[in-house]
Design a protein around this ligand. Structure first.
Ligand code: 6GU
Length: 242
């Protein structure tokens, strides 16, 4: 997968050199480039923002540098990328959206700062490429950079070959619309606390049933919204008892 990120703070994205994302870059699974928006400014102050039309506090990112950046990174002659714009006004980012983005050959992230990017940039881009505004949740960040780190981490781990054990994707929280059951490792007793007996029983049927029940209980208490959204066909008869 190819990924381009445009930001006025490219240093914010330095963690993308580390750990599993860094390895995916090193082995070619992820072809990632970070670009400084100010490269596409032409005045001595390398201005990227201005006051909002209609008044109000804060500043808005001017359209000209963004227009040039998108022209350069999504030229008309080649297949367009999907433009992803992190913003608190976007659609909620979910595991399902992570899967959708992981299937794209080319993602282009536009990191806004201040009160956001002039709307015409997104309207103009939308005529040439799919544009997705994404929000991490109902709170406000300074800008899109940290959101891109989150989104790319969720997406990269879904790319083939990035996770050592593909089974961990099938089992994890949100994979079945439920939160995952609690996990334990050795020792069997620690500070007087025991690992649940069922997990040491070797009875795979009982273990699967226990994990399913714990996942349902956790989801019901912590995320009733997820349980309510679950397709009833994905509940079995024995779930009702839990
Ligand atoms: Cl994706 N960006 C910004 N700037 N703020 C946010 C957000 C994104 N998600 C929640 N708040």
């Amino acid at each position: 997968m190819r990924v381009d990120i445009v930001s006025i703070f490219p240093e914010y994205l330095a963690p993308l050199d580390l750990s599993l994302i860094g390895r995916a870059r090193a082995n070619g699974t992820l072809r990632l480039a970070v670009h400084d928006l100010r490269f596409w400014t032409h005045d001595v102050h390398r201005t990227v923002d201005d006051t909002p039309y209609g008044g109000g506090p804060g500043m808005v990112m001017r359209p000209e540098p963004w227009g040039e950046a998108l022209d350069a990174l999504a030229p008309a002659e080649v297949a367009p990328p999907r433009l992803v714009v992190p913003a608190p006004t976007g659609a909620p980012f979910t595991q399902a959206m992570a899967h959708e983005l992981a299937a794209e050959p080319h993602l282009l992230f536009a990191c806004g700062r201040y009160e956001g990017i002039d709307q015409r940039v997104l309207d103009h881009a939308a005529a040439r490429m799919p544009v997705t505004e994404v929000s991490l949740g109902d709170y406000v960040l300074f800008g899109g950079e940290v959101a891109v780190l989150v989104i790319l981490e969720a997406v990269t781990r879904l790319l083939p070959g990035v996770l050592g054990n593909a089974g961990s994707l099938a089992e994890e929280s949100h994979a079945h619309g439920l939160l995952e059951a609690p996990m334990y490792t050795k020792p069997a007793t620690w500070r007087g606390l025991e690992v649940p007996e069922v997990l040491r029983s070797g009875d795979h049927g009982r273990i699967a049933r226990w994990r399913r029940d714990e996942a349902l209980i956790r989801t019901a208490t912590r995320r009733p919204d997820l349980l309510a959204a679950l397709d009833p066909d994905r509940l079995d008869k024995r779930d009702a008892a839990a």
